[in-house]
Design a protein around this ligand. Structure first.
Ligand code: BES
Ligand code: MN
Length: 456
């Protein structure tokens, strides 16, 4: 890579910077929470805004509403292209414009819907996940401007946070429109704001609702308590039976695997403690490297629990309890198989013969990167130049279930997973933020990478 060229591009990224920040800020203010209704007006507004931003950098973009598998109207998707030459390679850029909800704004230090800069970080819901992804693509295309040497297609999704129900039908219906040599999914992140990464694996995600019944109606807890455990306690016993005493998941058929591409560097425990906000006294669950526990071993979280509220509770034995499990599945395991194994386990481990029923809710695949493609080297070189340091590739504990589906649809296409996040981003949590210096380097990385592809 020629130095002169790098310096020029850097200057171009600087020129685009204010426009990138303005876009990110306006985007945050729209509050595109897909959980409030994928087809609602605010989601259309968000999509229209993003499309207009892309038109500003010469991408012929528009909004199209997808159709759900059951025929009902789906998400507002942004699609578009910038064609430079029939001989140039084509790159499909992905990000999502929907964001996670903010259940309790009072626990934020800033207004979640107003972009606020403090030090090197910009705060707001969707600032990183995945406004940062949109910002990277917008910034890179803007910086390259007339120098762009690849054909660009964009797909900015409106329902990623809701499981991408209509994504594959939509892409399938537009199969030729989205055909590309390379897909960049900018919805993950870097090792840190200073150290860039390719994401080498993502876990799958499967969910089920579990109902535990011990009685047909509530009864007096003094009169019956002892021989009969309440439904909440029974549910707790059932939940704890999924773990051994070290905190490893021990559900037969729910698998682990080796770190994809080998572990380049384990996560730093001190940083992990700080970024996760775990209480000081907490000793971690599970065994093996921290990274392996997050990236390639399964985890199971109770993400919802229906029980009587403490306030207004009285002395009865609860007849039923219901909870939702979200299981992260090893990257290469079939998520439906893992979910079936979990379902069998729960039903066959009902404490004291309680009635346990399981309703499967979702099963999305994980992903393991093909390390052998030439674009991996190009991307790593672009990261090295833009960040001034060697990349440290990493897996991710989170999930982007459509990636393996895309790969099936386009078997020849090389998929790279990048993104704006770093361990301090707090995606899905209060005080979500993005590193501004990191974002700038991510933009430069993508611009350099697109130029490298143009030369190939
Ligand atoms: N951007 C995340 C996935 C992610 C999280 C990648 C952390 C890298 C690090 C994405 O928006 C997301 O949250 N996905 C959902 C998928 C689910 C709805 C199937 C997830 O992981 O919970
Ligand atoms: Mn995301």
């Amino acid at each position: 890579m020629q130095l002169e060229n790098v310096e020029q591009l850097k200057a171009r990224v600087d020129e685009e910077w204010q426009a990138v920040l303005d876009m990110l800020s306006e985007k945050i203010a729209i509050g595109s929470v897909s959980a409030k209704g994928i087809t609602a007006e605010h989601m259309r507004r968000s999509a229209e805004f993003v499309a207009s931003m892309m038109r500003e950098v010469g991408v012929d973009a528009h909004v199209e509403q997808s159709t759900n598998p059951d025929g009902t109207p789906g998400a507002f998707e942004v699609i578009g292209e910038k064609h430079v030459s029939d001989d140039a390679p084509t790159v499909l850029l992905y990000a999502h414009h929907d964001v996670q909800p903010v259940p309790d704004p009072s626990v934020w230090d800033t207004d979640p819907w107003k972009a606020t800069v403090k030090g090197d970080r910009l705060y707001g819901r969707g600032s990183s996940d995945d406004g940062g992804g949109l910002a990277i693509h917008r910034g890179a295309i803007g910086a390259l401007a007339d120098e762009l040497g690849v054909n660009i297609k964009v797909f900015f999704e409106g329902e990623e946070e809701m499981g991408s129900e209509s994504f594959i039908p939509f892409i399938t219906a537009h199969k030729d429109d989205f055909a590309a040599d390379v897909i960049i999914v900018a919805d993950s992140g870097n090792y840190s704001a200073e150290i860039p990464s390719l994401t080498t694996s993502l876990r799958g995600e499967a969910e089920c609702d579990v109902t535990v019944r011990v009685l047909n109606h509530p009864v007096h807890s003094g009169q019956y308590g002892g021989p009969i455990l309440d439904a909440n306690t029974t549910a707790a016993l059932l939940i704890s039976s999924m773990y051994d005493e070290k905190g490893n998941v021990v559900v037969p058929g729910v698998k682990s695997q080796e770190v994809v591409g080998g572990l380049q560097r384990d996560l730093d425990e001190k940083t992990f403690r700080h970024d996760s906000s775990v209480v000081d006294s907490y000793t971690f669950a599970g065994e093996g490297s921290l990274a392996s526990r997050l990236w390639v071993k399964p985890s199971i979280s109770v993400i919802g629990f229906d029980a009587h509220p403490v306030e207004g509770s009285f002395n009865v034995i609860a007849e039923t309890a219901r909870f939702r499990l979200s299981m992260r599945v090893a990257p290469s395991q079939n998520p439906q198989k893992a979910l079936d194994a979990l379902t069998d386990f729960l039903v066959s481990h009902a404490p004291f013969g309680a009635q346990v029923s399981v309703k499967q809710v979702a099963a999305g695949s994980g992903w393991a990167m093909d390390m052998s493609t030439d674009v991996v080297q190009d991307a790593e070189e672009a990261m090295r130049v833009a960040f001034g340091t060697d990349p440290i590739n990493k897996g991710e504990g989170g999930s982007i279930p459509f990636i393996p589906e895309l790969q099936k649809l386009y078997p020849q296409t090389k998929v790279l997973v990048t993104g704006p996040e770093d361990p301090m981003s707090n995606a899905h949590s209060p005080n979500e933020s993005i590193s501004l210096s990191g974002l700038k380097k991510n933009i430069l990385t993508e611009a350099l990478f697109l130029q490298a592809l143009a030369r190939n």
